[in-house]
Design a protein around this ligand. Structure first.
Ligand code: SAM
Length: 278
């Protein structure tokens, strides 16, 4: 990529940044290269990009992939993207909120589907939750996110970062850290450090549970009140006390433990024991 092409495009169209849309555009060509390489894109891949901005990352994706479908909320960016990427026949654009998009409709019959995004930080967690809970055909999600969110995603039990987001992602995916990115790689500079990670969708979830909905309900309840014991946190789900006592006993989990000490396997075991007795 030409070194300053983001800045040049922004100036050329006199584009005005909207802070509330998390618009921090990449200006560092090495980061673009590392994202495309980290995503392991080949010319069979159908790429969905959320938030293309002025299209600098999109252009690199278009060179490597079969097709790129970009989803951008800001309609001011639509004419810019159309003009800047007009030479690429494999480019398509949807002017919509990524949270409201039906990904099954976009994916259709495509087989090798990968998502790549420098995500707007204000909606990182809801977007990740939508992409994973939706059971779409993504092979991987390569995303740039705030460094702290990356740490929460990769966190292990007994750390302050470990929580419902760690378990959601670790249930569905293997996590690979691609690189850190400093604020100076963006315009305008964000206040936080960033990280690029790749989430490789597992063929089967990390733990086999009989009732997935219940599993995530238990996980969320356990972290809703972090300082409470598992016993108190789970009581809030309205589970009968005798049943809860029996289930914790069968799962061999001490009711006085706190949720943040449980591994994903222990959450799975507990969820199955409760499910069995319900
Ligand atoms: N991909 C560009 C880059 O790397 O330079 C821009 C990334 S910028 C961090 C995030 C982009 O997401 C912006 O273009 C913003 O307008 C867009 N965006 C914000 N909220 C969105 C949403 N809900 N759905 C789709 N795009 C959104």
């Amino acid at each position: 990529m030409e070194k300053n092409s983001t800045k040049e495009i922004v100036n050329k169209y006199n584009f005005k940044f909207t802070k509330s849309l998390g618009q921090n555009f990449l200006i560092d060509s090495q980061v673009l290269t590392d994202i495309v390489e980290g995503a392991e894109i080949n010319n069979n891949d159908f790429i969905i990009e959320i938030g293309p901005g002025v299209g600098t990352l999109t252009k690199e994706l278009l060179k490597a992939a079969k097709k790129v479908m970009a989803i951008e909320l800001d309609s001011d960016l639509v004419p810019i993207l159309k003009e800047e990427l007009k030479d690429y026949e494999n480019f398509q654009l949807i002017n919509k909120d990524a949270l409201k998009v039906d990904f099954n409709e976009i994916i259709g019959e495509e087989q090798s589907v990968k998502l790549v995004a420098n995500l707007p930080y204000y909606v990182t967690t809801p977007i990740i939750a939508k992409l994973l809970n939706g059971h779409y055909k993504f092979k991987s999600l390569t995303i740039m996110i705030q460094k702290e969110v990356g740490e929460r995603i990769a966190a292990k039990p007994n750390t302050k970062e470990y929580g419902a987001l760690s378990l959601l992602v670790q249930y569905y995916c293997d996590i690979k850290i691609i690189r850190k990115v400093s604020p100076s790689s963006f315009m305008p500079k964000p206040r936080v450090e960033s990280i690029v990670i790749r989430l490789d969708r597992l063929d089967e979830p990390k733990v086999k549970v009989k009732n997935q909905e219940l599993f995530f309900k238990i996980v969320r309840a356990s972290f809703n009140m972090r300082r409470k014991t598992l016993w108190n946190a789970l009581k809030s789900l309205g589970i009968n006390k005798d049943l809860l006592e029996k289930a914790l006993g069968e799962a061999e989990i001490d009711p006085k433990r706190r949720g943040e000490t449980l591994s994903i396997d222990e959450f799975g075991r507990l969820s199955d024991c409760i499910n069995e007795l319900l």
